[in-house]
Design a protein around this ligand. Structure first.
Ligand SMILES: NC(=O)c1ccc[n+]([C@@H]2O[C@H](COP(=O)([O-])OP(=O)(O)OC[C@H]3O[C@@H](n4cnc5c(N)ncnc54)[C@H](OP(=O)(O)O)[C@@H]3O)[C@@H](O)[C@H]2O)c1
Length: 241
C-alpha cells in the first residue's frame, strides 16, 4: 500500500516540486497552502494532487487540517515541513511584525505541524519528518535576522526530535537549499541576483526545485532509515558547514 505524504507549502515552488516527485515515487500526496487559491487549484488540476488550505502558524488550524487529510487519505507517514516566508529588512528597520510573522511560520510552523502527527508516527513505529531549512540558517544573512534565526531554529528542532524519534522508527532530517529559482528568489531584483548572488555560487547558477525534491524523496524512502538528525546542504558549493 502506498504511504501517505503531506507537504506544507506544497502547491508552489520547492514544495510543489517535492509533492510531484513524491507522487512520482508512488506516495499518496496531499499539499497544504496558505491562501493562493488560484495557484493551488491550477496545481491540483495539473497534477491530480489534492490541496488543503490552512496557515501553518496556527496550531489549531494545523490540527484540524491534518485531521481532514487523514480522514481523506489515511495516516500521515511522511511530513515535509516546507512552508516558509521572508519579510526581509535590515535589523534597524525590521518591525516586530516582520520578526513575528517569520518566526511563527518558519519555526513555530514546524512545531504546529509535527506535534499533531507525532503520536501516530510513534504508535505505528514509522515516520519521516523532512524540514526545509536554508543556507541562510547555516551562515546567517544580512537583512534576514528573522529568517536566519527561524531557519537555524529548524536545525535545532531537527536534531532534538531525531533523538526522540530514533527508537520509534521515525527519522527527522533537514535540507538546507541554497538559492533556488522559485518565486521567493525571483522576487529579488534581477540586478542583485546577477551581480551579487549568482557570483557567490561556484556552480554559477540557481538551483532547480527538482534538485531539492530528489533529496526529499530519498529521505522519505525506506533506504534512508539510518539517516536521522542530518542536515543535507544543496547550495551549489556556496557554503560548506
Ligand atoms: N527559494 C529558495 O531559494 C529557498 C532557499 C532556501 C530555503 N528555502 C525554503 O524553502 C521553502 C519553500 O520556498 P519557496 O521558494 O518554494 O517558496 P514559495 O515559492 O514562496 O512558496 C511558498 C509556499 O509556502 C506556502 N506558505 C507560505 N506561508 C504559509 C503558511 N503560513 N501556511 C501554509 N502555507 C504557507 C505558500 O502558499 P500560498 O501559495 O498559498 O502562498 C506556498 O505554497 C521555504 O521554507 C523557504 O524558506 C527556499
Amino acid at each position: 500500500m502506498s504511504r501517505i505524504a503531506l507537504v506544507t507549502g506544497g502547491s508552489r515552488g520547492i514544495g510543489a516540486a517535492i509533492s510531484v516527485a513524491l507522487k512520482g515515487a508512488g506516495y499518496k500526496v496531499a499539499a497544504n497552502y496558505a491562501g493562493n487559491d488560484e495557484k493551488a487549484q491550477a496545481f491540483t488540476a495539473e497534477t491530480g494532487i489534492p490541496t488543503y488550505k490552512w496557515d501553518v502558524s496556527d496550531y489549531a488550524a494545523c490540527a484540524a487540517g491534518i485531521a481532514k487529510v487523514e480522514a481523506d487519505l489515511g495516516p500521515i507517514e511522511i511530513l515535509v515541513n516546507n512552508a516558509g516566508i521572508t519579510r526581509d529588512a535590515m535589523f534597524h528597520k525590521m518591525t516586530p511584525e516582520n520578526w513575528k510573522d517569520v518566526i511563527d511560520t518558519n519555526l513555530s510552523g514546524l512545531f504546529n505541524m509535527t506535534h499533531p502527527v507525532w503520536t501516530g508516527m510513534r504508535d505505528r513505529n514509522f515516520g519521516r519528518v523532512i524540514n526545509i531549512s536554508s543556507i541562510n540558517g547555516q551562515k546567517g544573512q544580512m537583512g534576514q535576522a528573522n529568517y536566519s534565526a527561524a531557519k537555524a531554529g529548524d536545525l535545532g528542532f531537527t536534531k532534538a526530535l531525531a533523538q526522540e524519534g530514533a527508537a520509534k522508527g521515525i527519522t527527522v532530517n533537514a535540507i538546507c537549499p541554497g538559492y533556488i529559482g522559485t518565486e521567493m528568489v525571483r522576487a529579488i531584483p534581477e540586478k542583485v541576483l546577477a551581480e551579487r548572488i549568482i557570483p557567490q555560487i561556484p556552480v554559477g547558477r540557481l538551483g532547480e526545485p527538482e534538485e531539492i525534491a530528489r533529496i526529499a524523496v530519498f529521505l522519505a524512502s525506506d533506504d534512508a532509515g539510518f539517516i536521522t538528525g542530518s542536515t543535507i546542504s544543496a547550495n551549489g558549493g556556496q557554503f560548506f558547514v
